[in-house]
Design a protein around this ligand. Sequence first.
Ligand SMILES: NC(=O)c1ccc[n+]([C@@H]2O[C@H](COP(=O)([O-])OP(=O)(O)OC[C@H]3O[C@@H](n4cnc5c(N)ncnc54)[C@H](OP(=O)(O)O)[C@@H]3O)[C@@H](O)[C@H]2O)c1
Length: 327
Amino acid sequence: MSYEEGLSSTITDWLFFNSWWLLLPFIMLLVVAAFIVAFVLLLYMISPLISPKPLKLNGAHVVVTGGSSGIGKSIAMECYRQGAFITLVARDESKLVQAKKEVEKCAINDKQVVLCISVDVSKDYGQVESVIKQCQEKLGPVDMLVNCAGTSFSGKFEEVEVERFRSLMEVNYLGSVYPTRAVIPTMKERRMGRIMFVSSQAGQIGLFGYTAYSPSKFALRGLAESLQMEMKPYNIYVTIAYPPDTDTPGLAEENRTKPLETRLISETSGVTQPEQVAKIVVKDAVVRDCILNNCHYHIYSALGQHKKLYQYIPSSQDHRENSSLEV
Ligand SMILES: NC(=O)c1ccc[n+]([C@@H]2O[C@H](COP(=O)([O-])OP(=O)(O)OC[C@H]3O[C@@H](n4cnc5c(N)ncnc54)[C@H](OP(=O)(O)O)[C@@H]3O)[C@@H](O)[C@H]2O)c1
């Protein structure tokens, strides 16, 4: 190789080497852009986990167990007012038909439908599963399940028939497990859904006279918290409501057996209207953002009205603090 050829090749190499450095800013820009795209994609993929979109009730299918009376009926009416399609589930057919008429009065368009199905939610899982199948065939997949079927009873521990402990656990606990178990597979497939449990203030603290009722409502909290952890990756959100004494046929029935001590404790707080409870628990189930609130479930509890009630319960301090944060 001549001297000129050597010099020209050295210059070419030098230029080539330096031109790579000239490209470096573009390469870096490309890498940064790729990182941004990957980050946005990742955010998009996990967004349901960070901030669930509020469920649009307009056109949604909401199943309300215990929807023929009291709080459940008011929840059904509240959802219907927002455009939902409703399946009411309870045992007594005549009460269901009457409730259907009342819910229909809350329609906001002429496409809405109220379906009634009579079943005991606490006895046979197979029956509950077929009811859910039946209503999904008619009104489409369930977007929100409200587990409100339940019954209360108060009495002193030794005076409550042993059978009552079993039946309350069946209706209030298993009666919520079965419908939930039946709707979960479709919700998981669709990667969306809301499940509401209706507990009670007696599900937060044990009260005189509620040895049979309280444990059945405490159990719902364990179920709701555990279930939320399993369901979050599927964009299914679980809420649990802790209503105070509410003016319903159920409360009137319970008042017939209430021991004096339980009655005196109850009287320290007022009685809430079911429409008021329904508004809050439906909003909670539909709208609120779990992670921002740093909790896996949401609580409604009219603590303002019940401060006096807590004064009677020395061990209630922790509950009061927790609940106040979460309400
Ligand atoms: N009212 C209150 O002060 C209060 C306070 C806190 C929590 N809660 C809770 O809120 C829920 C509703 O109470 P509520 O006072 O509104 O009672 P409610 O007026 O007596 O209504 C209860 C509803 O549940 C249905 N139901 C009961 N057992 C059932 C079963 N085995 N299978 C299917 N449906 C069943 C009833 O219809 P059928 O009898 O025809 O089946 C009815 O539709 C209950 O879980 C209760 O524990 C109530």
